[in-house]
Write a protein that binds this ligand. Structure first.
Ligand code: SF4
Ligand code: SF4
Length: 204
């Protein structure tokens, strides 16, 4: 039921995003993102897991790849370096400020959208979510400090690793006795909650 609601919300916001792009007003989307930043201090990165149009399409790309048995390539080491994340974020901020100051329209969001899709066609979604997406980089800090988030109960976790396999941002790490979630990297997509047979994972 919750999953269906999530899918409906995701598709609805994808449609809104596409309408804004067609109308030449993708900057309105930034208003939604600002709300997402504020919300992430309290609710974790729900913008990513429930409203982000790029994430919704990437889910579709991953589904399509699974159907066609297309295997992920090894993540390019260069693109996983921390400075690349900061570089992409810096360019994004510069382009955003330039757009605001000059009034000129740069297709920042469509460029991000297309880049995410192309990369995810070849590599695991993790590359985009965890290493490149500038929105994700901005939300990392508030997400890691948020009042509510996804948690694994160490008492219930059997360390089977099923949750890590389905996590799109590989935000779950294996520890000695149980798995743990890296809060800042978690998209609050809830895939792990529905996967864990021990019911060890919850949002609280
Ligand atoms: S799926 Fe559940 S039991 Fe398995 S590692 Fe993840 S939290 Fe632990
Ligand atoms: S699968 Fe779980 S840990 Fe991974 S991003 Fe989704 S909610 Fe977060």
């Amino acid at each position: 039921m919750k999953k269906n609601l999530q899918r409906i919300i995701q598709v609805a916001f994808l449609v809104i995003f596409l309408i804004l792009v067609v109308m030449g007003k993708p900057q309105i989307w930034m208003g939604l993102f600002l709300i997402g930043i504020i919300a992430s201090f309290f609710l974790g990165r729900i913008y990513c897991g429930w409203f982000c149009s790029i994430n919704t399409v990437l889910k579709g790309v991953t589904w399509f790849k699974k159907k066609l048995h297309i295997k992920n390539r090894k993540l390019p080491t260069l693109l996983t370096k921390p400075w690349v994340r900061f570089l992409v974020l810096g360019l994004f901020i510069i382009m955003f400020i330039f757009t605001m100051v000059s009034g000129k329209k740069l297709p920042v969001l469509p460029i991000l959208f297309t880049t995410g899709i192309i990369l995810t066609f070849f590599f695991h979604e993790e590359l985009w979510h965890r290493y490149l997406c500038p929105y994700g980089s901005i939300l990392y800090l508030p997400g890691s400090k948020s009042a509510h988030n996804i948690y694994i109960d160490p008492e219930k976790c059997t360390n089977c690793g099923a949750c890590r396999k389905v996590c799109p941002s590989k935000a779950i790490e294996k520890q000695e006795k149980n798995h743990e979630i890296i809060k800042g990297e978690c998209l609050v997509c809830t895939e792990c909650i529905t996967t864990c047979k021990q019911q060890a994972i919850s949002y609280k």
